[in-house]
Design a binder for this molecule. Structure first.
Ligand code: SAM
Length: 246
């Protein structure tokens, strides 16, 4: 898992919802890749997570997912299916998931608004969405600190938040735009937070040891929770939104 803050938020949601529903959750992870989220979710145990279905277009990723699930002893509750945002309805016809995760995927799909509507349709009437996307502002800061001021301006002002044709990401999001898309898909935003507020700005040479990395996490957590600076989350390299249907 790339960030402790992201995992802590998802785990807390699972624990709360399984408790509220009085049964384990059925989870869908669109673009779940090699199971970096799906396997830890299944490892929470059958009392909390009945099963995780990963839909991903990459056969290699799905093979790695199967290996990871087997090594962790959760193969029985992790299922990979080849598909993508466009084929979701056909690939998972049951579509009654308590929790749908979509992390690092909305940036690359053809039509984010359509994908969010598809994900909403896959949820139970009061199901939850965990959505993680790349934030635009963080990329503005990162390009500026790298001395690429033209690229910083392009990220800020272009429609898709890209810095040019060599940008590896097809799209980045503002919080405002993202929460608008979520709302238009029929979901209510429950909470949001920024993740990796500083991680991409600190030189890697300053993050050599576990102590360095813990120190970074401590500053990021303190910034994220500081009551005087609620807007700082918008500077996260990742914007994590939790939303509920209904
Ligand atoms: C950046 S990775 C994110 C993986 C994982 N969700 C995570 O957060 O670590 C993007 C994933 O989306 C998958 N993907 C690419 N295009 C997709 C599409 N149109 N629909 C669904 N998944 C897609 C890729 O195969 C890859 O596994």
């Amino acid at each position: 898992m790339r960030t402790a803050a992201l995992w802590a938020t998802v785990r807390e949601l699972v624990v709360d919802r399984a408790d509220a529903l009085g049964r384990p959750l059925r989870v869908l992870d669109l673009g779940g890749g090699t199971g970096e989220l799906a396997v830890p979710l299944a490892e929470l145990g059958p009392d909390l997570v009945a099963g995780v279905t990963v839909v991903d277009p990459s056969p290699d990723a799905l093979a790695a997912l199967a290996r990871r699930a087997a090594e962790s002893g959760v193969s029985g509750r992790v299922e990979g299916r080849q598909g993508d945002a466009d084929t979701l309805a056909a690939v998972v016809p049951g579509r009654d998931f308590d929790l749908v995760c979509c992390h690092g995927v909305l940036e690359v799909v053809d039509d984010p608004a359509l994908t969010l509507r598809q994900l909403t349709a896959a949820l139970t009437a009061d199901g939850d969405l965990s959505l993680l996307v790349s934030g635009r502002l963080a990329a503005v800061w990162a390009r500026a600190l790298a001395g690429e001021l033209g690229q910083a301006l392009a990220v800020l002002t272009s429609a898709d938040g890209r810095y040019g044709p060599h940008d590896p990401l097809p799209r980045r999001f503002d919080l405002h735009e993202l929460t608008g898309l979520v709302h238009d898909a029929g979901l209510q935003v429950q909470r949001w937070h920024g993740i990796r507020l500083l991680a991409d700005l600190v030189p890697s040479s300053a993050l050599d040891s576990d102590a360095d990395r813990s120190a970074l996490l401590a500053v990021e957590r303190a910034l994220g929770e500081h009551p005087a600076y609620p807007f700082l989350g918008e500077l996260g390299a990742g914007l994590h939104v939790l939303a509920r249907r209904g």
